[in-house]
Design a protein around this ligand. Structure first.
Ligand SMILES: [Fe+2]
Length: 202
């Protein structure tokens, strides 16, 4: 479950980025929570529904931790985000989102070793969707094809998402290295899962 390859765990950011990364997490956890809630309204396999319930509880717990640490809440939203209708595409979105969350959680824990439990939860989430995608890719060609197409589209949008996540001023001197590390980590994960062919240039 969610074993790490150990290929790249050395990326570090300095203490001066702590506040910025906590603020980023607060927003990302709020978004994750909404995405997981929206996903539960889709037609997904029963065991996935059960997992999403626990997943929602984990993300809510993370969100509360960040709210407590920062002393304010995230800006709430009133409508659920649009998530794909079809399970293969939805699984890719959640896998990608959790993989991105895990990359940030690894950065966070370098500054806040007390938050290791968040990394472990994210590894569990990533591992679940990774296994689900494995089943989808080994299943009927329609589903497999849909997953691969969704993965390519998601991957193309990722650099812009990461840029937005790293836009705060404290990241200025580290942005390039961190950006590169996150994109490489996710590309390796997507390629190993069979979702992307071979090194794809962004
Ligand atoms: Fe998560």
């Amino acid at each position: 479950m969610g074993q790490e390859t150990g290929l790249r765990n050395s990326m570090m950011i300095p203490q001066s980025c702590e506040q910025a990364i906590l603020e980023r997490f607060l927003r990302a956890e709020a978004m994750a929570l909404w995405a997981v809630r929206a996903a539960q309204l889709r037609d997904v396999p029963t065991h996935v529904q059960a997992f999403l319930k626990q997943h929602e509880a984990d993300e809510l717990d993370h969100l509360k931790q960040f709210e407590t640490l920062l002393g304010h809440s995230s800006r709430g939203r009133e409508v659920l985000p649009t998530v794909p209708q079809q399970w293969p595409a939805l699984a890719v979105l959640l896998f990608g989102y959790e993989a991105l969350g895990l990359e940030f959680a690894k950065l966070l824990v370098g500054l806040r070793p007390d938050m290791q439990a968040i990394v472990e939860d994210e590894e569990t989430h990533v591992g679940f969707f990774e296994r689900e995608l494995h089943k989808i890719l080994a299943g009927d060609t329609g589903g497999a094809e849909q997953a691969r197409i969704s993965a390519k589209a998601w991957w193309r949008k990722l650099p812009r998402t990461v840029d937005r996540y790293l836009q705060d001023e404290p990241f200025n001197s580290y942005r390039e290295e961190v950006r590169r590390g996150i994109l490489d980590g996710i590309r390796q994960r997507f390629t190993a899962a069979g979702l992307l062919d071979e090194p794809v240039t962004e």
